[in-house]
Design a binder for this molecule. Structure first.
Ligand code: PEP
Length: 256
């Protein structure tokens, strides 16, 4: 039984003052009638992690970061280490987001080092994988996505894999309003789970949560969550609007 996870990726949005305001609004609504059959995490910018930690400490919302460097400390100007994230109360870290891959040239090799470092420090990585529009149009969606998955998870034991969350995020669906259909998303999620089973065994593959990301909104979350292999969502734009994120967290469990 996989507990659904709803994760907000705030990207480079919200000053500290704005972040506090949004968290206060979220806490007020999410904690009313919160159902313990799901987990919630928000991933604000680095600057907001420390001030938000005490607000979230006793709450139902966990704290996550959007990136991390795979070393404890050192001459890595501009980077943040897993130890630093742990110190401020992070439990999750998004790794390999397509914006990191495309805008900052992150390779599968670097992302794999980050995943291993996160797991080694007891942080839960949310490993993002997914194809671009030209790759989908060329019929390569599954090959590309599964190659990113295998490379990102290389070297992890089955036990370590249990502590990982995967997010399938087709690049063409991110921030575009263009969502994968629930059936297309389900097909890729099933392929991801099959690849996990092939590499690490069926029991662990059944335990790993696979989130969908890409223009998740209040009006499509229920249909996505009705799919058997969709275990939650990684939400960008809609996680910045309290009412929208709360509705997504309170998705209704329809049957597929
Ligand atoms: C994301 O940034 O991971 C994302 C899925 O963004 P959006 O929900 O805005 O498409």
């Amino acid at each position: 039984m996989r507990t659904p996870l709803l994760a907000g990726n705030w990207k480079m949005h919200k000053t500290v003052a704005e972040a506090v305001e949004l968290v206060e609004a979220l806490l007020q609504s999410i904690e009313q009638g919160y159902s313990t059959d799901r987990e919630v995490v928000i991933c604000p910018p680095f600057t907001a992690l420390y001030p938000l930690a005490p607000l979230l400490a006793e709450s139902v919302i966990a704290l996550g970061a959007q990136n991390m460097y795979p070393a404890d400390q050192g001459a890595f100007t501009g980077e943040i280490s897993p130890l630093m994230l742990k110190e401020v109360g992070c439990r999750y870290v998004i790794l390999g987001h397509s914006e990191r891959r495309q805008l900052f040239g992150e390779s599968d090799t670097l992302i794999n080092r980050k995943v291993r470092a996160a797991v080694g420090h007891g942080l839960t990585p949310i490993l993002c994988v997914g194809e671009t529009k030209p790759q989908r149009d060329a019929g390569q969606a599954e090959t590309v996505t599964l190659a990113q998955l295998r490379a990102g998870l290389e070297g992890l034991s089955a036990e370590q894999l249990r502590g990982v969350v995967v997010a399938y995020e087709p690049v063409w669906a991110i921030g575009t309003g263009d969502t994968a259909t629930p059936a297309d998303a389900q097909a890729m999620h099933a392929a991801i789970r099959a690849a996990l089973a092939e590499g690490w065994g069926a029991t662990v593959a059944e335990a790993v949560r696979v989130l969908y990301g890409g223009s998740v909104k209040p009006d499509n979350i229920d249909a996505l969550m009705a799919q058997p292999d969709i275990d939650g969502a990684l939400v960008g734009g809609a996680s910045l609007v309290a009412d929208q994120f709360v509705r997504i967290v309170n998705f209704e469990a329809l049957s597929a």
